[in-house]
Design a binder for this molecule. Structure first.
Ligand code: ATP
Ligand code: MG
Length: 642
């Protein structure tokens, strides 16, 4: 056995060990934050890999964010170095993309499909579709898209959309017809572009697993399945899992916390935990000890969440592994400010006093991104390196957007969307004004590809701009005198000369990290895979040393930090105005409470709670959640009971 794995196994508690040693059949590990669910899951993968050396089957682990998948993969590598290749650890969507690359042809998906993840891109697809169908109402594409997304999240096909929509509150028959038309046209447009959005990735694999031979194949290749953060599985993901397991496969290991469901708006539900137990005849194990948070935080978190009704009754309350400290600095600090600006400046000034190592272990959390932006500005004014943890859908600079679009054209020359990016981003970086529409009609008339016509135009223009050189390199790639890797290296090397362009340097850093992570190689299958992975991942580089993280509560799921600053603890902020409108006992208000619960339980050492009298100029009261945590309603004072 590998030394690291052995050490980890020895550190486990009895209940954790019981879960790690779980052998056959379905198991649900239901436990609170910081109880070691992710640790148990990765240790189990390590143990299974270690005990099956020399065998060829694989182990599957699914989670919700690329970051979480990446961290899990790193932990497995650390536990069983050299065996990690037999573990496929990915997001649901990433896994579906892999499946479709291999077998998508059976459900009409070509291997070089594009993934449209960006909302703006998808909205543009819908607008194009509506224009093409001469359908009116293109103005409310954003609203239509959210209905389409909600139908797709429940695997409702276009043919059934109309009748399904009449069950939605506030949708009349005319509206239902219109949305279902838009849905059908949107799907047609995606197909025309040989593209899939995130929901389609799941839907297509669901369709594929309608073939029993496919299901058998995946069950044989992946002998054991794991799911982290199972509580946030939506309907489509769960139906996919059921179909993939069929009637017999039961070796599924899921870890969940019903008190951390924060995607109810996206279809997650406490009843799914019950469904899992019923559908897979799963056993349940509890891990009662919280290893992450100080005792006082475990206590207030339990107080808070006990106010919710929609919970799994059998799960015991968390107990802290650590004793309550006395005589030391307060574990929890509460601060009140007059305005949101003062709150942002106050928090930034406090963090500016920390050293680099402490800053790196600090996160500022808020319910909404706009609150974080204020703190980010304030930190920048104090010259504190800070980064908002959020997905960046596209590169910042026209240089990198152009390069990626050229690679797209190389594999998918008929894709007009990436061609548009080629022309527009090159126009911007070379300060020229080639006309997109003109190029497209000329290409149609000449029956040429748009991209080769564009290159010809650039060549004939005899440009003095250094950007013309890049096009020369791309032409060599197009004519197959250069391989993709060499062409990209030449071009990024040229980009790298521009040291003063901060955004370009940031993009290049992200690019190098992504190309290393996804093993960018030559050859078309590899280029397709690389481009699809690129489309599904954030285009921002890893956070550098000494940087403070800012994140929404959703973005901080599963993570932990020494110091957590939770800002905006005011009524109509957390809980949100919408949830308050729904009423005290509403599902929405309970979800807000869980958001607060998730946020405070990210803390390893200190929790700093703050609120202001006014947000965006409007008077607010302190959040009811403060009262629920500390058992007092009087939050006019600054210190909280510790
Ligand atoms: P969340 O619900 O927030 O995702 P989790 O249940 O997945 O939390 P982990 O992230 O696996 O919890 O573990 C929380 C912390 O506790 C980690 O730092 C982990 O290393 C530590 N930990 C877990 N089990 C033990 C143990 N038996 N001994 C020491 N530390 C432990
Ligand atoms: Mg976890």
């Amino acid at each position: 056995m590998v030394h690291v794995l052995e050490t980890f196994l020895q550190e486990l508690t009895e209940s954790q060990e019981g879960a790690v040693r779980w052998d056959k059949g379905a198991l649900l590990v239901l436990a609170g934050p910081g109880s070691g669910k992710t640790r148990v899951l990765t240790c189990r993968i390590g143990r299974l890999l270690d005990e099956s050396r020399g065998q060829r089957f694989r182990i599957l682990a699914l989670t919700f964010t690329n970051k979480a998948a990446h961290e899990m993969a790193q932990r497995v590598t650390q536990l069983v170095p050299g065996l990690e290749d037999r573990a496929v650890i990915d997001t649901f969507h990433g896994f579906c993309a892999q499946v479709l690359r291999q077998h998508g042809v059976h459900v009409g998906v070509k291997t070089n499909f594009a993934v449209f993840s960006d909302k703006a891109d998808r909205q543009a697809v819908l607008e194009d579709a509506l224009r093409r169908a001469a359908q009116r109402y293109a103005r409310d594409a954003s609203r239509l898209l959210s209905y389409i997304d909600s139908l797709k999240a429940r695997l409702v096909p276009p043919a059934e959309a109309e009748s399904e929509l009449t069950k939605y509150p506030g949708i009349g028959p005319e509206d239902a017809r219109r949305i279902s038309h838009a849905y059908r046209n949107y799907e047609g447009e995606l197909q025309r572009a040989n593209a899939l959005d995130f929901s389609s990735l799941l839907i297509k694999v669901y369709e594929l697993f309608g073939y029993p031979a496919m299901v058998r194949h995946y069950q044989q290749v992946y002998r054991f399945w794991h799911i982290d953060e199972f509580q946030d599985t939506n309907n489509a993901q769960y139906q996919l899992l059921r179909r993939m397991a069929g009637r017999e496969f039961r070796d599924i290991f899921a870890v969940a916390d019903d008190d951390q469901i924060i995607y109810e708006w996206n279809g997650a539900s406490v009843s799914r935990i019950e469904e899992f137990r019923r559908d897979f005849c799963s056993k349940t194990k509890f891990l009662p000890t919280n290893f992450r948070c100080p005792a006082r935080i475990v206590e207030v978190a339990n107080h808070l969440v006990s106010r919710n009704y929609r919970r799994v009754a059998a799960k015991p309350d968390s107990k802290a592994a650590r004793q309550k400290t006395t005589g030391q600095a307060r574990t929890i600090q509460c601060r009140k400010f007059h305005t949101d600006d003062a709150e942002a400046r106050g928090i930034a000034a406090e963090i500016a006093q920390m050293d680099r190592t402490a800053r790196e272990q600090t996160a500022i959390l808020a319910r909404n991104r706009y609150l974080l932006e204020r703190v980010l500005d304030a930190l920048q004014q104090c010259r504190v390196p800070a980064a908002v943890l959020k997905r960046r859908d596209d590169f910042l600079t026209p240089e990198m957007r152009w390069l990626v679009a050229c690679l797209d054209q190389f594999t998918r020359p008929r894709d007009l969307r990436s061609f548009r990016t080629v022309v527009m981003s090159f126009n911007e970086l070379a300060e020229v004004a080639l006309d997109l529409e003109q190029l497209v009609s000329l290409a149609e008339a000449k029956q040429a590809t748009c991209f080769s016509l564009w290159m010809e135009n650039i060549r004939n223009a005899n440009m003095q701009s250094p950007a013309a050189q890049y096009v020369g390199t791309i032409e060599e790639l197009w004519e197959r005198r250069l391989k993709p890797k060499a062409a990209v290296q030449q071009i990024t090397h040229e980009f790298n000369r521009d040291r003063s362009n901060h955004d370009l340097q940031t993009d290049l850093k992200a690019w190098h990290q992504l190309t290393n992570k996804f093993r960018f190689r030559n050859g078309n299958p590899s280029l397709n895979r690389f481009l699809q992975q690129l489309q599904m991942h954030s285009k921002e580089p890893d956070v550098s040393h000494g940087t403070v993280r800012l994140a929404t509560i959703h973005g901080a799921k599963g993570l932990e930090f020494d110091d957590i600053y939770l800002i905006g603890m005011a009524e109509e902020v957390l809980p949100s105005w919408q949830s308050i409108r729904r009423g005290d006992q509403s599902a929405e208000l309970e979800e807000e409470r869980r958001n607060c619960f998730v946020a405070i339980t990210r803390t390893r050492r200190n929790l700093h709670l703050s609120w202001a009298d006014k947000y965006s100029g409007r008077q607010k009261q302190p959040s009811r959640f403060l009262g629920e945590m500390f058992g007092t309603d009087n939050f006019g004072h600054i210190q909280c009971p510790d």
